[in-house]
Design a protein around this ligand. Structure first.
Ligand code: TXA
Ligand code: MG
Length: 343
């Protein structure tokens, strides 16, 4: 299959490109598109065959449900049963935006979108191209991240091409996505919302909006316990061994030196102040603020597969704000979680 590339820099100028991409979706084809978080791999959410194509192209396990993307609250309400009051508050405050609401659906979606569950994950993306694609196609769009299952999510069009070129009908290239980690997934089936996956909308933001505390996140980050290699299923993962290291700069440098002495070429991902003080085969500065780190992380995890490094070491980051989501993803991507020295 030839994957058609739609390069859209300005939606007003490139309306024809969006219409062509939307027509592909309507015909049951797969089209990747940018959102404010990561690129999604879209299909018409009412078309079971099209949705089956997503699982095939990504190599995604069939029991992992997809997020449905809609353009408005009204479009969301067409698909779900009545929603708790707190969802109204959260939608008002954070949608369009990086938050996915898990709600009981009415049964109108293709069965494989929800992996047979009675609930659907639904969100309004805050990206003009995603919204235009939904509107022009007239579809609700089922879309997981547009990567091969297990690899880092794509934050630029070339990441999608790397994984899926020739397997999908089109890619809408809107440049780099802004946030860089996936949306916050919130279970909204109970009395209180429960965060299933941390993301761009943080627990603190949700608690402030609602005026009450949330219970424990259901899917706890795995970083609290160091794990032995091979003990966990890897996600968001580069093709090299990745060690996540919580350490002061001196101990981190000692670890790098020790591995390089064994003949390994070590690439390091670190935040600005550590990056400036580390020596390795390659050092990638992810920036200062958690928002910068989130925006650059997946690109960095892909770029290092293209160097001659044979070990990637990533510094652990503070779990504040979007740092929670960063550490959640890194802990799943890493083969090892190592704690060194005294911070
Ligand atoms: O930012 C994002 O959320 C991106 C963009 C493309 O929208 N999408 C994304 O999709 O990250 P995906 O498929 O990579 O992750 C969807 C997550 C999975 O962890 C899935 O298990 C969960 O949402 N999910 C979807 N529907 C669910 C449901 N009904 N109940 C519980 N979890 C659900
Ligand atoms: Mg994904």
């Amino acid at each position: 299959m030839h994957t058609k590339q739609f390069t859209v820099r300005d939606i007003k100028i490139d309306e024809d490109q969006i219409i062509d991409a939307a027509n592909l979706l309507t015909k049951g084809e797969l089209v990747a598109f940018p959102t404010e978080t990561v690129y999604g791999l879209g299909a018409d959410a009412s078309n079971e065959l099209a949705v089956a194509g997503i699982f095939k192209a990504k190599g995604r396990p069939q029991d992992n449900p997809l997020i449905v993307h809609v353009a408005s609250k009204a479009q969301c309400m067409e698909l779900v049963k009545t929603v708790p009051e707190y969802v109204d508050v959260l939608m008002e405050k954070f949608s369009p935006g990086p938050i996915t609401f898990v709600l009981p659906h009415k049964g109108d979606l293709a069965r494989n979108v929800t992996a047979g569950l009675s609930t659907v994950g639904i969100r309004i993306p805050d990206h003009p191209l995603a919204l235009a694609l939904i509107e022009k196609s007239g579809c609700s769009i089922a879309a997981p991240s547009a990567n091969t299952s297990g690899k880092p999510s794509p934050t630029q069009a070339w990441h999608v091409t790397d994984d899926l070129d020739g397997k999908i009908a089109g890619i809408v290239d809107g440049g780099a996505t802004g946030i860089g980690v996936e949306s916050t997934v919130v279970d909204c089936t109970g009395e209180k919302p429960v965060i299933l996956r941390p993301g761009g909308v943080t627990q603190e933001m949700i608690e402030t909006a609602l005026g009450f505390q949330l219970d424990q996140t259901k899917e706890m980050p795995e970083v609290d316990k160091p794990k032995s290699p091979g003990m966990k299923y890897r996600h968001y993962a580069p093709e090299l061994p990745l060690w996540l290291v919580e350490s002061d700069v001196e101990s981190l440098q000692q670890l790098i030196d020790q591995e390089q002495l064994k003949g390994k070429r070590v690439a390091v991902l670190a935040q600005n102040k550590s990056a400036n003080n580390l020596r390795a085969s390659a050092v990638l500065n992810l920036g200062e603020q958690p928002e910068e780190i989130a925006a650059r992380l997946y690109d960095a995890l892909r770029r290092y597969t293209k160097t001659d490094a044979d070990l990637l070491i990533c510094e652990a980051f503070p779990k504040e704000g979007i740092g929670e989501a960063i550490m959640n993803r890194l802990s799943k991507a890493a083969d090892e979680y190592i704690i060194l020295g005294q911070n």
